[in-house]
Design a binder for this molecule. Structure first.
Ligand code: ADP
Ligand code: MG
Length: 461
């Protein structure tokens, strides 16, 4: 059917109303299948679109139809096969050629050693099991991203490939995309889920070149069933790495493996992102994740408090939800600060305590940073900053260093590469081992517990 003028006009208005991510995802691939005086049938790519359009957008569409003189019409969505959501690469697509013609590597090299490259890390590295769908509160800012992630977790690699989620810091991107990884692993044992930040990808790529391990590197990423790359914006300007990522992307996409990408901005706004990567990202589904509304912030606070076995009064929750409005990480930080403050002084976290702690104006809670954590820890153990950051392996320096790493993870939720970097380490596996070691020992080592408690007291004082 040729383009329906009314529908085109409705689409035009929708485009002005919803975010670009939502428009591209939900509306760009719709078409009118049939229209008569009393009904209109819109073709959509599949049932997921149908559900989303019906539950989220129908009232808005009806309103716009009325505005265009179709107020009484019955609107229906139908799945329609020719309404393909995305362009998929076909066999004659150029990337096959690009891969095999790449002067540096042959296909055989890429998928080296009969598909079993010698790997040093496992296929669930980098995933934090705290990040699940269950612990994620759904609200108006994130429901679209949540729905897409859930659909992918149930059926990775089939639809919405790649999924590109973008939004500001601390809004739950990492949480959601890791939740997909965790769910895939839970649904299907033995799945290969690879999670990396783009910084990690860049670093590992450079190391692979330096140590001539490019085959292992490529194999690791290209054998994934689900590849999750977080904070894609950091790959901007890194041409060689983008090229490598492009090949990885193609290899996986060709094999119907799921790719999930997060970034702080949509592909078109990432400066110096290679055009061909940008267009790859636009093949799939692009969703944005927005700031949480007041109710969502309250629900998140209540939920986190419950995880600490504490029930907060509603006025306390509302006070905190008003204090921090845009960043969920900061919201959590404020709550942690309150709970630590109360625990140390044996107080109940009521309204007088929160107002005393955060003031009555809407000032943001003062936030500690990584440097303060490292300095505090060094000071507690009476060693110097230079020592804690040095390569020294003496026991009385290694121990404080491990605690500092643990605190950077537990209090600031830094990524392992970031933790390693804060302590002057190149290799983030040291950070992983240190954090795991301290976490384990905290269960039985009371002296360690005391140390950690004292440092935290000073940090939150
Ligand atoms: P981003 O990657 O977008 O910067 P994160 O995923 O790291 O944000 O989220 C920051 C913190 O807020 C994490 O501890 C995460 O668990 C929490 N968080 C974010 N969104 C939600 C949500 N909707 N429900 C529960 N916790 C959330
Ligand atoms: Mg993140």
């Amino acid at each position: 059917m040729e383009e329906d003028a009314v529908w085109q006009s409705v689409l035009g208005e929708i485009e002005l109303t919803v975010s670009r991510g939502n428009f591209v995802t939900w509306f760009k691939n719709t078409q009118v299948l049939r229209r008569d005086d009393s009904s209109m049938i819109i073709g959509v790519p599949n049932i997921f679109y149908k559900q989303q359009l019906e539950s989220k957008f129908k009232p808005m569409i009806m309103e716009l139809l009325a505005k265009n003189g179709l107020g009484e019409i019955a609107l229906e969505f139908k799945t329609h096969t020719s309404t393909m959501p995305t362009k998929r690469p076909t066999n004659d697509d150029t990337e096959v050629v690009i891969m095999s013609e790449s002067p540096k590597k042959t296909n055989r090299e890429m998928f080296s050693g009969n598909g079993a490259p010698s790997l040093t890390h496992s296929y669930r590295q980098g995933l934090n099991d705290r990040y699940t769908f269950d612990s994620f509160i759904v609200g108006s800012g994130n429901e679209m991203a949540y729905a897409a992630c859930q659909a992918i977790a149930q059926n990775p690699g089939t639809k919405y490939n790649p999924l590109f989620i973008y939004g500001g810091v601390g809004l739950g991107k990492t949480h959601l995309i890791q939740a997909v990884g965790n769910a895939v692993l839970a649904n299907k044992k033995g799945s290969k889920v690879v999670y990396a930040t783009s910084e990690q990808f860049v670093q590992e790529f450079l190391d692979a070149i330096r140590y001539k391990k490019i085959t292992d590197f490529a194999g690791h990423y290209r054998n994934a069933d689900v590849l999750i790359v977080d904070d894609m914006q950091f790959i901007a300007g890194k041409e060689k790495t983008q090229e490598e990522f492009f090949h990885t992307f193609n290899a996986l996409h060709q094999a119907n493996k799921q790719i999930i990408i997060s970034s702080d901005k949509p592909p078109k706004s990432i400066p110096t992102l290679e055009e061909r990567l940008r267009s790859r990202f636009e093949w799939g589904m692009i969703v944005d994740i927005g700031a949480p509304d007041f109710e969502t912030r309250c629900a998140i606070l209540q939920n986190k408090a419950t995880q600490h076995n504490i029930v907060l009064d509603q006025p306390v929750v509302e006070f905190l939800a008003n204090q921090v409005q845009t960043n969920i990480r900061e919201l959590e930080g404020a709550l942690n600060q309150l709970l630590a403050f109360c625990e140390m002084r044996n107080l109940t976290p009521d309204l007088s305590v929160v107002t005393g702690l955060f003031g009555t104006h809407r000032s943001r809670p003062r936030h500690m940073n990584a440097k303060q954590v490292v300095e505090r820890t060094a000071k507690h153990f009476q060693i110097s900053i230079e020592e804690i950051l040095s390569p020294k392996r003496d026991k009385d320096i290694v121990f404080p260093r491990q605690i500092a790493m643990y605190l950077l993870r537990s209090e600031l939720h830094l990524s392992f590469p970031k933790i390693a970097q804060e302590l002057g380490r190149k290799d983030h596996t040291t950070a992983i081992h240190s954090v795991e070691k301290i976490e384990k020992e905290l269960h039985f080592d009371n002296i360690l517990k005391e140390h950690v408690k004292e440092i935290k007291e000073k940090l939150y004082a």
